[in-house]
Ligand binder design. Structure first.
Ligand SMILES: *Cc1c(COP(=O)(O)O)cnc(C)c1O
Length: 270
């Protein structure tokens, strides 16, 4: 792979590119070790944290090497890229695909066809469109409700105050199995700004469990990435979505995947 020069005005992570099955084995072991250490610090069982490898932007040939090293599920941010990879890699049995990025209703038919999980549900319009497609295909889909816990105006996700009502309104959509909540924390090197985002998601789940019938089934908290998974685990994450620490640094800044305001950029470059 060629290394693109860093885009101006962005901070890139230091993770080296993984190019061999051994590189992937090493990186996966390192990530599992980080998860185990964070669990130990917070008195949690490492088996209670699911590692979702995020393969966005990574070429199919390298994704295949990561599968040879043990990845059994893959998270992708953009639906078309995910769908393309799913088609190309359909020879690999038992691979599960999770769509973790914002979805437009005109691409719902793709997700309904191949995804096992959708982590960025944030509107009833989307829920309705997904339900219709899933019913037609006789499929179900695990979903996470995305919450904007950082308060950044440009971030996708529901406002924290809307979450309980929204989950209640998902009841008429039986093909959508609501598994939990998902969030992206404030992009900041300052733990004091990141941690409250994770703590808020945890609080919201506790509220759901108390206020909704069947709320106890909404158990999952998808939060934490390469740079902040320890904080997320300490605050109760049950799913961490990890890309760069497994595959290597991406050439594109995160703002390419999540719309970012000028304020976000100042946070990325403190
Ligand atoms: C890319 C992405 C991740 C993983 O981020 P890394 O820094 O590569 O670990 C997690 N969640 C979402 C929604 C993403 O788009």
């Amino acid at each position: 792979m060629t290394d693109l020069p860093p885009p101006q005005g962005t901070t890139l992570s230091h993770y080296p590119q993984a190019l061999t099955v051994d590189d992937f084995r090493h990186n996966l072991a390192r990530v599992r070790q980080r998860i185990a250490e964070a669990c130990k610090r917070s008195g949690r069982d490492p088996a209670s944290v699911r590692l979702l490898p995020v393969s966005k932007t990574v070429d199919e040939s390298l994704v295949r090497l990561s599968c040879a090293a043990g990845c059994r599920e893959l998270g992708e941010n953009k639906v078309q890229e995910a769908y393309r990879k799913w088609q190309a890699m359909s020879d690999l049995a038992d691979l599960r695909w999770s769509v973790i990025g914002h979805l437009q209703t005109n691409k719902v038919h793709l997700v309904a066809r191949f995804a096992h999980e959708f982590q960025a549900l944030d509107s009833l319009r989307l829920a309705e469109a997904l339900e219709r497609r899933l019913q037609a295909l006789g499929r179900g889909l695990d979903v996470f409700v995305q919450v904007n816990t950082s308060g950044e105006a440009s971030k996708y996700g529901l406002a924290p105050t809307e979450v309980t009502r929204f989950v209640r309104e998902l009841a008429p959509y039986p093909a959508l199995r609501v598994r939990g909540l998902m969030t992206l924390a404030m992009p900041s090197p300052d733990a004091a700004r990141v941690r409250p985002c994770f703590a808020l998601l945890h609080d919201l789940r506790e509220r759901l469990r108390q206020e909704l019938p069947g709320g106890s089934e909404i158990a999952q908290l998808s939060m934490g990435m390469s740079g902040d998974m320890e904080l997320a685990i300490e605050e109760g994450a049950t799913v961490v979505r990890v890309g760069q620490a497994i595959y290597g640094a991406r050439a594109l800044p995160d703002s390419h995947f999540w719309p970012a305001s000028p304020t976000d950029h100042s946070l990325l470059n403190p």
